[in-house]
Ligand binder design. Structure first.
Ligand code: MG
Length: 639
């Protein structure tokens, strides 16, 4: 039966904790990585008993390294070593041993010799009812590609000797995937799944540190699994991930992410068409279809009393109008065209708790779904439970799931625009006079998250599997104090775009945000306008302060691009940044940070779909100056 499995090496902690986490995430099968057993304080039979209690089948013991092709006396010693592994397997209650291709200098590269060794080992294994899987390591001495391992397995020709197909080794070597479908199913010992970023690095280091779950990297995992399944293979599909961040994270969260990634993968290879006809993959319950999101209905800030007053005047400076107040809570609605910002100053409840932990911040995002019920069912099936907040009588009960740092992601239906039926807004808010408010800002262009490196991939999987977002290639830039990485996650229609940023280095902009905020969160909110210059002039007159951009930036712009002198002068005087691609232009500006935490960006796009990454280092440096200035100001005040 096709079933999901996870190798214990994927998670961190003790073997007991790993098994418990795997079972809790819904896995019914595990591969035991031998080191986990070596470090385990009990007997292998205790592991067997524990796995049994948890409903986990131990599908394999792995890996046995550097077995094949050795000269005597090492050859004889390796056969003794294998016998000891068999004893271990007996006690562990598993039937399969995985052997990866040798890296030994002394080993023979003669495939006939290798096949002979593996054949003899398979015969010994057969006496005990065991099977052997042979896997080509991408950095093996002589055997590196699956085609070579398959050649050897065919030469050895034993019914209990099969090939282990590991997507990492196959994809990093850019081996062909389609011919995998021609391997007879009964000769595939095990299918292992690991994604990885498509970066140039030696395959061993990449494998040991940067493997990741399907959908987090760049490898064609769907194509790989489809080819394996097309053979008729009917065994375990096992995650085998070596990743330092994963081992550093709590095992239950990693196991849950792994299951989430597999469930979403399963969805994409459901119903594989093979030469033998249609084959339906049935692994667990089918997921409700991916949601269709067409925008952000509102964003909610929480703030203390004095901060809220300052934030409200900043919003007004950006062109928002306070149009309504909440029926039962100390909450206001600011509106501008279709943009809604909710400002919460409640003294108890969820938002206030969030404020106590993180200070003035975005505590919730409300997304508009085609079918919120189906979307929530999907989220629940992917291990994200529903959260309901406290509401007053008659008010709308809006379900949510937990986002960054347990902020909320609300699941909203699309709101009627024509007043044909009462919207959530009418149920919860009392409007002052006009419910519409014009202004220079049109859309929520993007919202940047800053996340801890250790959580980054987890949120990639969250956005992709639960919200149905796509991701764009990762961008790497210099931070004045380290490195800055950004990956954009967004709804397929691009109505919601969330660049997720991480940093390397303790004093980077990202690290400083995480320190101030007390975790991951929303650092940047970008709105679009049709006329940035006019907007900035008006906002400045209203008291909005913008990030100071050094004059050298404009000298550089002048040298790089052919910009009309009056436009350049205007940009320089206002602090507007600029980027250009073939056929497209981008003008943007940043406000100063609000209390050294978050800031707004206003963008004007002309056939330009990117985020002005070329200007990010300028922004990071200017913000560093701003933060240092604020720190000095505080130090002076304390004197
Ligand atoms: Mg492997």
């Amino acid at each position: 039966m096709l079933r999901w499995s996870i190798a214990t090496v994927t998670m961190g902690g003790t073997l007991e904790a790993k098994l418990a986490a795997a079972a809790r995430a819904g896995f019914r099968a595990v591969e035991i990585f031998e080191n986990d057993l070596t470090f385990f304080s009990g007997r292998p039979r205790d592991v067997r008993a524990r796995a049994q209690d948890l409903g986990l089948e131990i599908i394999a013991l792995q890996p046995m390294r550097d077995f094949e092709g050795m000269p005597e006396p090492m050859r004889a010693r390796n056969f003794e070593r294998a016998q000891r592994k068999f004893d271990l397997m007996e006690e562990l209650g598993t039937r399969a041993l995985c052997i990866c291709s040798s890296v030994m200098e002394e080993a023979s590269g003669d495939f006939d010799v290798i096949a002979k060794d593996l054949g003899e080992l398979a015969d010994l294994a057969a006496q005990r009812g065991f099977s052997i899987g042979y896997e080509a390591l991408a950095w093996g001495r002589y055997v590196r590609d699956w085609m070579q391992a398959w050649d050897i397995v065919q030469k050895a020709d034993r019914p209990n000797l099969g090939i282990v197909l590991d997507s990492y080794h196959i994809c990093v070597r850019k081996n062909p995937l389609a011919p995998l479908a021609n391997i007879p199913a009964n000769r595939i010992a095990l299918v292992q799944i690991a994604d990885a970023p498509d970066i140039v690095m030696d395959p061993m280091s990449l494998s040991r540190h940067h493997r990741c779950f399907p959908g987090q990297g760049d490898y064609p995992i769907q194509e790989f699994v489809s080819a394996c399944v097309a053979t008729g293979y009917d065994g375990p599909l096992s995650l085998e991930i070596f990743n330092d961040q994963f081992r550093g994270a709590p095992a239950p969260a990693i196991a849950r992410d792994g299951m989430r990634a597999l469930q979403a993968l399963g969805e994409t290879i459901d119903g594989v068409r093979t030469e033998r006809g249609e084959r339906t993959l049935s692994i667990g319950q089918p997921l409700p279809a991916s949601p269709v999101i067409d925008g952000i209905e509102f964003m909610e800030f929480v703030a203390g009393h004095t901060e809220a007053t300052r934030l409200a005047s900043l919003l007004e400076g950006l062109g928002f109008t306070r149009v309504a107040h909440h029926r039962s809570k100390d909450v206001e609605l600011f509106r501008q065209n279709d943009l809604n910002i909710v400002l919460n100053r409640e003294q108890d409840g969820f938002a206030h708790s969030f404020y106590l932990l993180h200070g003035t911040s975005v505590c919730a995002l409300a997304l508009r779904f085609d079918d919120p019920k189906r979307a929530l069912d999907r989220a629940n099936a992917l291990g994200a439970p529903t959260y309901y907040g406290r509401v007053g009588p008659g008010e709308a009960l809006i379900p949510a799931v937990a986002g960054l740092e347990n902020s909320l992601v609300y699941f909203m239906p699309r709101q009627p625009k024509d007043g044909s039926s009462p919207s959530n807004w009418d149920r919860d808010f009392v409007f002052d006079s006009a419910r519409d408010a014009a202004g220079p800002l049109n859309t929520l262009d993007h919202i940047s998250n800053v996340v801890r490196r250790s959580e980054f991939l987890s949120w990639v999987t969250f956005y992709k599997t639960i919200l149905g977002f796509n991701d764009e290639p990762q961008v790497e830039l210099a931070d004045p104090y380290g490195a800055f990485y950004s990956r954009v996650l967004g709804s397929p229609d691009k109505s919601v775009r969330i660049p997720m940023n991480i940093g390397d280095g303790g004093a980077t902009n990202v690290s400083r945000f995480i320190d101030t905020f007390g975790g991951s969160g929303v650092q940047q909110i970008a709105f679009s306008t049709n006329n940035l210059f006019a907007f900035v002039e008006k906002a400045k007159a209203a008291g909005v302060e913008f990030l100071a951009i050094p004059g050298n930036y404009y000298e550089d712009l002048e040298a790089r691009y052919d910009i009309a002198p009056d436009i350049l002068t205007k940009m320089r005087s206002l602090g507007v940044l600029y980027d250009k691609v073939k056929g497209g232009e981008f003008y943007h500006i940043y406000t100063r940070m609000f209390d050294e935490r978050f800031f707004f960006e206003i963008v004007e796009r002309h056939n330009y779909d990117l985020f002005g990454a070329a200007n990010t280092p300028v922004r990071l440096m200017a913000q560093m100056n701003e933060l240092d200035e604020a720190m000095k100001g505080r130090a002076m005040g304390a004197m």
